[in-house]
Ligand binder design. Structure first.
Ligand code: PLP
Length: 472
């Protein structure tokens, strides 16, 4: 492709992006295709000769777009958000143009140094003390794995990597039922064994782990000759936003000298608002904390902010320096590949730099505050509706509810049917979880362009479709 053709297509892609985002609210939120429908339209064999860009681009609209679920739709209230923004998109264009591999300081000093600076901005923004150092990981799952590997090595005196785990002590990890499955996965990948992830019961309105039960479990394990290695606390669990009492959990961790990792993947972004920081009280005593600006801080995936108290423990765990990665006289600077599981790294700091500078911290706070306020408003409206019940109160901008009309007997089946109708209808997109043994519908507000009106439109759609269930 020559430069002029490239310029024309780059402009076309930029125009397409702006038009797509301007009109995304008119589309059904969740893709309305059947399994295999997109696949069947794709040729079985690759083209032997290059095809015109015009044809490729038109197939984007014809073949691909019907199979897309629109995460940037203003009425996307499913899962957790992946809220991008124009400044982040512009930065991603530039990042794609640079196509740099930022694995070592010398492979792009600006990428490393910008990451160091922007992560320190983020640290300040969420109110963590300067004892923490940040690194951008590809995902919260990757950060949690890195944290558990570090905890494992710390518990083994940094001998596990070299010697392997066979014949060593049994290491234990503690978490509540409310943590994300990335914790279960990290326990597996770290070779600790599913049976050594010990579940601590939860109590109270925030469904947080009971610190006394945690303390008792650690003591019992020690007495049985097992080695308590890590606690994973959750700040905003995926199901219903559960929050562990981090201060009390951290006191137990300190008492027993156990590594504490905090998973704040979703809720961490809201900690830029000082009034929500009660939820993270005690996080300054943790060893590690992750949150995802790629969820709720207007920044494209992938961008997970991982803060650690002891970077050396992390790099002693993950850092390797084969001959071909030495930088001859430039060693000893920060080489972020040693902080992460993959070697290769995208220039992920650039989009954060664009987002934070372009909005400024106050505007970012105001957007998150609005999401929280609208979620609370809607939960209040649902609470007052005799045919519905709020099944978990709002934690920040997430709550759950279910349809519970007097005439229905099997509420789980009824709500599963309602959810299917909602998502087939396309005006909004919601997802479910199980809470206290019941099928419930989650509602989280966090999209960049969502307004209060969108929240209320989604509720109107839910009510309409629920009313139709009685006759249908
Ligand atoms: N932790 C929590 C609380 C989450 O909600 C999620 C994803 O939704 C994750 C971890 C995993 O995030 P990632 O996709 O960045 O690995």
């Amino acid at each position: 492709m020559d430069d002029e053709t490239f310029r024309a297509w780059a402009r076309r892609a930029a125009d397409w992006s702006v038009d797509y985002l301007a009109g995304v609210g008119e589309r059904p939120v969740r893709a309305q295709v059947a399994p295999g429908e997109i696949f069947r339209q794709l040729p079985e064999t690759p083209p032997a000769a290059g095809e015109p860009m015009e044809r490729i681009f038109s197939d984007l609209d014809r073949v691909v777009m019907p199979g897309m679920t629109h995460w940037q739709h203003p009425r996307f209230f499913a899962y957790f958000p992946a809220n991008a923004s124009p400044p982040s998109l512009v930065a991603e264009f530039v990042t794609a143009a640079l196509a740099a591999q930022c694995m070592l300081w010398q492979t792009s000093p600006a990428a490393t140094e910008l990451e160091t600076r922007v992560m320190d901005w983020l640290r300040q923004m969420i109110g963590l003390p300067d004892a923490f150092t940040g690194v951008i990981q590809d995902s919260a799952s990757g950060a949690t794995l890195a944290a558990l590997l570090t905890a494992r090595e710390r518990a083994l005196g940094f001998t596990g990597n070299a010697k392997g785990l066979a014949g060593g002590p049994v290491l234990r990890v503690y978490a509540s039922e409310q943590v994300h499955s990335s914790v279960d996965k990290a326990v597996r990948i770290a070779g600790l064994g599913d049976a050594n992830l010990r579940r601590i019961p939860v109590t109270g309105p925030l469904h947080g782990m009971d610190p006394e039960a945690l303390d008792a479990a650690i003591r019992a394990d020690r007495e049985a000759g097992l080695v308590p290695a890590a606690i994973v606390a959750c700040l905003g669990g995926t199901g219903i936003g559960a929050c562990d009492p981090i201060e009390a959990v951290a006191a137990v961790a300190r008492r027993h000298d156990v590594f504490l990792h905090v998973d704040a993947a979703w809720a961490g972004s809201a900690m830029i608002c000082p009034e929500f920081r009660d939820l993270m009280r005690g996080a300054d005593l943790a060893d590690s904390l992750v949150f995802n600006p790629h969820k709720w801080l207007f920044t494209h995936f992938d961008c997970s902010a991982h803060f650690v108290r002891d970077p050396k423990a992390l790099t002693d765990t993950l850092g390797l320096r084969p001959a071909y990665l030495r930088t001859l006289g430039r060693d000893g600077v920060v080489d972020y590949n040693e902080w992460s599981i993959p070697l290769g790294r995208r220039f992920r700091a650039l989009k954060l730099w664009f987002v934070i500078r372009s909005y400024g911290v106050e505007a970012l706070r105001d957007m998150i505050r609005a999401h929280v306020a609208w979620a609370r408003d809607l939960a209040g409206i649902i609470e007052a509706d005799p045919d519905f019940e709020v099944t978990s109160a709002p934690v920040l901008s997430l709550f759950s509810f279910r349809y519970a009309p007097a005439w229905a007997d099997d509420l789980d089946a009824l709500n599963a049917r309602l959810l299917e109708r909602i998502n087939d209808d396309g005006r909004t997109y919601l997802t479910q979880t199980r809470h206290e043994g019941r099928f419930v519908i989650r509602f989280q507000v966090g999209q960049t362009t969502t307004t209060r009106e969108d929240v209320m439109m989604a509720w109107a759609a839910v009510r309409d479709l629920a009313a139709g269930l009685r006759v249908g």
